[in-house]
Design a binder for this molecule. Structure first.
Ligand SMILES: C[S@@+](CC[C@H](N)C(=O)[O-])C[C@H]1O[C@@H](n2cnc3c(N)ncnc32)[C@H](O)[C@@H]1O
Length: 257
C-alpha cells in the first residue's frame, strides 16, 4: 500500500512525461534481461508482473486486466492491431502472445525513452518488428504518426481489427475520433479501453453510451487497478457496428483526404 501511495504522489510526473520519474522503467529492462529466459514470451510477462508486485509498481495493464485484454484479442482474431500507449511494452507482449500468426501490432508511444524500453524488452522476448512495431509519436501530432501508419504499416479504410486505448484519458475520445475520421475500423472491429474508472475518461464513456446499439455495442468489465485488489477499475470493450453515415455498408467507405 505504501508503494502505491508513493506512486500516486508521482502522478503529476507520470501524466506529464509517461514515466514515474525514479528510473524504474529503465531498471525494468535490466531486470528482464537478467531474469527472463530469452525468446520466451510467457517468462518475460511473468518477470514483469513479478517486478511490478515486488520491486516497483508499473502502469502496465497488469495481470488481472491483462486477462480481459487476452480474451478480447482471442475473440477478435485480429490481423492488424493498434495500441495507444506502449509504456514498457507489457500490454503488447500479452497481445502478441494471443494474436493470430501473421498478425501485426503497431503501438504508439509519445515518450521516446518508453519506446526504447519496450523495443529492448520485445527483442529479448523474440518479438520482431514484423510482429510488433513501436512508433514514437501520437495520433494528434499533426499527421506525422498517422502518415507513418498509413504509409508503412498498411493502415487505411476498414483495415484495423483491434484497438487497445491505454494512453492518457483526455486523448481517448479525440484519438478515437481521429481513427473514425479515417474510417480505419470496420463493423466488428473491437476497441478496448483501460482505466475507465481510474482515472476515468467521462467524455469517451458518454460518447459510447450515446452510440449504444447504433454505432457501438459496449460491455463494461468490472476489475481492479493494476497490481492490487483494493481500488476498482473498469475496462470497456466496444464492438464497432457501423458508421452513422454509412447506411448498411458499415465503416468501409473512402477515407477523408
Ligand atoms: C498506462 S501506460 C500504457 C500501458 C501499456 N498499454 C501496457 O499495458 O503495458 C500509458 C502510456 O501512454 C503514453 N502516452 C501518454 N500520452 C500519449 C499519447 N497522446 N499518445 C501515445 N502515448 C501516450 C505514456 O507515455 C505511457 O507510456
Amino acid at each position: 500500500m505504501a508503494r502505491r501511495l508513493r506512486m500516486l504522489m508521482r502522478m503529476g510526473n507520470l501524466t506529464r512525461t509517461g514515466q514515474v520519474g525514479d528510473g524504474r522503467e529503465e531498471a525494468l529492462v535490466e531486470h528482464v534481461l537478467e531474469h527472463a529466459a530469452p525468446g520466451d514470451l510467457d517468462d518475460v510477462i511473468r518477470v514483469i508482473d513479478e517486478y511490478a508486485y515486488r520491486q516497483a509498481t508499473l502502469i502496465n495493464v497488469g495481470d488481472e486486466k491483462g486477462l480481459l485484454l487476452d480474451a478480447a484479442v482471442r475473440r477478435a482474431q485480429p490481423g492488424l492491431l493498434l495500441e495507444l500507449g506502449t509504456y514498457c511494452g507489457y500490454g503488447a507482449l500479452r497481445m502478441a502472445r494471443v494474436m493470430p500468426p501473421g498478425a501485426r501490432l503497431c503501438s504508439i508511444e509519445f515518450n521516446a525513452a518508453n519506446a526504447s524500453v519496450a523495443r529492448r524488452i520485445w527483442d529479448h522476448a523474440g518479438l520482431g518488428e514484423e510482429r510488433v512495431a513501436v512508433l514514437h509519436g501520437t495520433l494528434g501530432d499533426g499527421g506525422a504518426t498517422i502518415g507513418r501508419l498509413t504509409g508503412r504499416y498498411g493502415f487505411g479504410p476498414g483495415r484495423v481489427d483491434f484497438v487497445f486505448v491505454d494512453h492518457v484519458s483526455d486523448a481517448y475520445l479525440p484519438d478515437l475520433r481521429r481513427i473514425l475520421d479515417r474510417r480505419w475500423l470496420h463493423p466488428g472491429s473491437i476497441v478496448l479501453a483501460d482505466n475507465m474508472k481510474v482515472p476515468g475518461a467521462p467524455r469517451y464513456r458518454e460518447y459510447l453510451r450515446d452510440a449504444e446499439g447504433k454505432e457501438w455495442r459496449t460491455r463494461e468489465h468490472r476489475t481492479h487497478v493494476e497490481y492490487q485488489s483494493w481500488v476498482r477499475d473498469l475496462v470497456l470493450e466496444s464492438e464497432y457496428l457501423r458508421s452513422p453515415d454509412a447506411g448498411d455498408q458499415g465503416a468501409t467507405g473512402a477515407a477523408p483526404a
